[in-house]
Design a protein around this ligand. Structure first.
Ligand code: SF4
Length: 63
């Protein structure tokens, strides 16, 4: 799976980090950093939750 971020939409809310901390983190400037944009299947549930939680719908999963 590949994680896609629409950087024009992302506002650094950090809900994705809360849902999938191994994949997303918010850096010291408050910006999203993707730690792993091709996470393994063990991360799928967490990443799906991150997609659902993002308030601006900036995340997508591409298989
Ligand atoms: S939850 Fe959405 S808006 Fe917030 S940092 Fe993650 S991708 Fe960006």
């Amino acid at each position: 799976m590949k994680v896609l971020v629409d950087w024009d939409l992302c506002e650094g809310h950090g809900q994705c980090e809360y849902a999938a901390p191994d994949v997303f983190t918010i850096d010291d400037d408050g910006d999203l950093e993707v730690l792993d944009d091709t996470p393994g299947e063990d991360q799928r549930k967490a990443v799906e939750q991150a997609v659902r939680r993002c308030p601006v719908r900036a995340l997508q999963i591409e298989d």
